[in-house]
Ligand binder design. Sequence first.
Ligand SMILES: C[S@@+](CC[C@H](N)C(=O)[O-])C[C@H]1O[C@@H](n2cnc3c(N)ncnc32)[C@H](O)[C@@H]1O
Length: 253
Amino acid sequence: MIEPAGTTGLITVVKALVVQTLGLTVTFTLAWISPVLFHGTWRLALIQGTSAALLSTVLRQPYWWVPIHFLFLPMAMIMLTLHLPSWLYLIIVLLLALVFWGTVKGDVPLFLSSSAVAGAVTALVELEHANAFADLGAGVGSVAVPLAQHRAIRVDAWERAPLPWLITASRCRKLPNASVKRTSLWDCNLAGYDVVFAFLSPAVMLKLGEKVVREMRPGSLFISSSFPIPGWQSESIVTIADKRCTKLFCYRV
Ligand SMILES: C[S@@+](CC[C@H](N)C(=O)[O-])C[C@H]1O[C@@H](n2cnc3c(N)ncnc32)[C@H](O)[C@@H]1O
């Protein structure tokens, strides 16, 4: 059963709070049982981090929560020693919220494609003699903007997080062939595009595959950066010579 995004987000936040609280409870219990062994603020912070990281695995949170839980309290203590003004924390939280807008609700976070990926996608678009290109989750426009600059084709991008959207929109302001929409990629219709590009996450690939089959025209090309669609046979896989050795999975619809 697929839960609504809001419910998933709430469950994620509640799980994170439960894990941190249980980590604290374990730490205080150990310190109470053996005050000599578990003495000292830093030692306690590390025990709390370790307990929280283990509990996060037990509660089956995604693996990236493990380092977050491990480092949360020790990092908070290090930051306190710096005596930074409190408004700075508020600004950092606001900036993170503007960049990672939907991540808590289950959206894919921001990772940027390299310029080599943008170059390879442009070459594929040229090979296809495409007239219309869609970028699902455009980030700061790492692929959409160079493509729109390079070729006079229609480039439509979707980006939901406010700050990346603003950056892409400002990069596109002098490109009449490019547009960026601040709506969810799940609400767009892919019927009018010759090539569609996405760099998202393994978690959404099945759902995205269903959308591609439902909406894209037969003969059009879907390119997924880094993540294949489970069970699908790609027409080709392009390996890029960048730091991540990114793979572009190309599917003919
Ligand atoms: C891994 S980044 C890729 C960014 C860009 N395409 C690139 O290749 O550099 C994924 C982007 O998708 C955006 N995103 C995630 N879910 C989205 C949704 N439902 N609607 C629109 N954008 C979304 C995120 O905000 C993030 O910027």
